[in-house]
Write a protein that binds this ligand. Structure first.
Ligand code: NCD
Ligand code: ZN
Length: 371
């Protein structure tokens, strides 16, 4: 274990998968990201309406990349090092759109959502459509990254979450290989991996295939959600089993890791409970590096050792920027192994660990130093 009081100095990092929504909430969410040492963000396009065209035009009922970038800037992201907004793949996405977006310098990535498979995924279409309609071909040609929410949509319940298999495993066994067979040089991020099967898929693929891992999937298993039905732990893909968590922990702490990087999937919901269920998404804004540090320690790393620090810095600060071709910021931030008291707030957003207890406050083992 890292000794109490130990301080890590790290370059500012990029959260390469997060949700900033729309409207009044955006500025709070961006401010939370800044307080945790973020130099830049990849802001997911499952907004209302989704970000699914390149420029403003009257023809399609979506926000454009142009418009959403302007909204993020207005809400406080203007002075960030980088803001990437992936284009949401819908029935209306065309190869011409990909080419135009690339030419204008607006398009770096595209997001695949399984139809109706998670929060804000109602506009998604099956993956096979884009293999066939030229969209993935245009992306490979233009070097545009495919960010994949890797879960099969529309499975019967026993296949969605079964003892033998689940929606993510099905996706990485049956669907994702078809993409790479057709487009072996397409740059792909397997987002928020949760299974050993997913980890193996990424490891055996070429250098063009990488993955993000969230704090919650490093820290918890499905049993944490089920004991007491802790619905603040409900996010998609669902938490899985110990064998899967071990595979994730192994992947992020491996010496020479060049494929697995930080993408929190921080996803605020002011109302988690719905009439007959629960909104999917965990909010980790403001506390993600602290939770990642906790996850590395749970994986057996002492962050005060050279090996521990190197693997943590590689995961949090280096692998993602190398893949997206981003500058490593010169500015640093510090994490300290000192307890931090996290208190519930008045804006209705619940930071994940606070959603796990009846108390109004909880203690994190790590803090971000303000100086
Ligand atoms: C995300 C959200 O709330 O936007 N929810 C989640 O459970 N992860 C959407 C997503 O990334 O799946
Ligand atoms: Zn997400």
């Amino acid at each position: 274990m890292t000794p109490e009081g130990y301080k890590l100095e790290l370059p500012k990092w990029y959260d390469l998968h997060a949700h900033f929504r729309q409207g009044n909430m955006m500025s709070t969410l961006i401010a939370d990201h800044k307080t945790m040492g973020c130099a830049g963000i990849l802001a997911m396009p499952n907004t209302a309406p989704p970000v699914a065209k390149i420029e403003e035009s009257k023809d399609l009922p979506y926000w454009s990349l142009e418009t959403y970038h302007a909204m993020l800037e207005e809400a406080g992201a203007g002075d960030m090092e980088t803001v990437i907004v992936p284009l949401y793949l819908t029935k209306d996405t065309t190869p011409a759109m990909i080419e135009a977006g690339k030419k204008k310098g607006l398009l770096k990535a595209v997001k695949y959502y399984p139809p109706h498979g998670t929060t804000g995924a109602d506009f998604g279409r099956p993956l096979s459509e884009y293999i066939e309609n030229g969209v993935f071909a245009a992306m490979q040609e233009a070097g545009v990254v495919l960010c994949m929410h890797g879960e099969e949509h529309n499975l019967a319940s026993e296949g969605y979450f079964g003892r033998e298999t689940n929606a993510e495993e099905y996706f990485y066994m049956e669907r994702a290989p078809r993409v790479l067979e057709a487009y072996p040089n397409l740059k792909v991020v397997c987002e928020h991996l949760t299974t050993k099967v997913g980890v193996e898929f990424v490891k055996q693929a070429g250098v063009n295939v990488t993955a993000t891992i969230t704090p919650q999937h490093l820290l918890y298993t499905i049993g944490d959600l089920l004991q007491g039905l802790k619905y603040y732990l409900y996010c998609l893909p669902l938490l899985k089993f110990e064998e899967d968590r071990q595979a994730l922990r192994g992947a992020v702490t491996a010496v020479g890791n060049a494929k697995f990087f930080a993408g929190t999937d921080s996803a605020p919901h002011t109302e988690k409970m719905t009439r007959c269920g629960c909104a999917a998404g965990c909010y980790t804004g403001g506390i993600a590096p602290q939770l990642y540090a906790q996850g590395f320690e749970a994986a057996g790393m002492d962050l005060s050792t050279d090996e521990g620090l190197a693997s943590f810095e590689q995961f949090l600060c280096r692998v993602g920027p190398a893949f997206y071709d981003l500058r490593i910021p010169k500015e640093c931030f510090k994490l300290e192994k000192t307890p931090h008291i996290l208190r519930s707030r008045s804006d209705g957003i619940v930071q994940l660990p606070l959603g796990l207890s009846q108390e109004e406050e909880t203690t994190l083992p790590w803090s971000v130093c303000s100086t």
